[in-house]
Design a protein around this ligand. Sequence first.
Ligand code: ADP
Ligand code: MG
Length: 349
Amino acid sequence: MNEFEKIHRYFVDPYSDNERSSTNKPTLKNASLVLGIGDDCAEVLVPDDMSLLVSIDTLVEGVHFIKGTPANLMAERAVAVSISDLAAMGAKPKWLTLALSTSHASSTWWESFSLGLKSALNTYGVQLIGGDTTHSGESGLTTLSLQVHGLAPQHTSLKRSGAKVGDLVFVSGSLGDGAASLAYLNQAQPFDHTDKQKEQKEREFSNYLTNRFYRPAIDIGFAYALREIAHSAIDISDGLLADLGHICDQSQVCAEINEDLLPLSKYVSEHVDKAQAKNWALNGGDDYRLCFTLPQQQRSALGVLEKKFGVACTCIGNIIPCSQNESPVVVSSKNKKPFLLPSAGYQHF
Ligand code: ADP
Ligand code: MG
């Protein structure tokens, strides 16, 4: 199968019913696709009162996912982590373009990739509208670049720069699954397999973590509504401390959080000691939940959104003024004096 046959077989044909099925999903008034896959560009119609928000993410085999990852899971994770950037800014996901570079030739791989992609796009109500397909040459490594396009009413997107002194700091969902799953998939974290009675639990845990890694929860409906009440937001991809640090840097404020209040993943807490779970929640990445700041008076409005979207949020601290030479995030605890942590988080270079 040559390049064009592949594009048709795996990226055009499986999605030909997308226009129809997407009518069941909440759509934005007048936002529509004029031209999808097939021409030199895709063309989309953006309503007058909306802003188009655009973000691109690249995932490299051996860096962002383990070599030999099943193709469907690779596609699902790639879509989820890209969509997460739109959620972080409160944009409604609409369209996606995909640059795929791989040396896989078997139809099984392409079929699996296409199925995973379709499943993820349906989950988020996003349409694949174009891309590029290339052979990855001698390296043989698969690389995916996904550009996502979302819409938000003009001048309402949630930014890192909007936090104000006095805001409350919240996170959505629980933290630690991302780092735990990465440790588990890399086998860096040995789980106890010696006790036979634990075997069933271990299997469940392994399934849970694998699912959380490849299908992280992205709170898109909640995030779109959060735009109206929050001052700032970021998605937790590099670790809470690093990502909250970005909010602080860009808002020129500092934050004090209480580590006893962290919403630790229940599942992870059952399997590792508390210190490890806390460390993963503070410094591990890949949770893709939201960290946001909210003025005190919007607390009850947040409660309404939590119920409406089934997203539980936890207040973990406050935005405070910065005193000189302080790192942006101060962590306090019942048992320890407040301590300062430099922004950590994964860095490629
Ligand atoms: P061009 O040579 O103009 O870059 P291509 O031959 O690369 O066009 O692509 C033909 C059409 O197929 C374009 O509309 C492009 O957007 C689409 N396409 C190519 N690869 C992919 C892909 N991986 N996913 C979705 N659409 C793709
Ligand atoms: Mg091309």
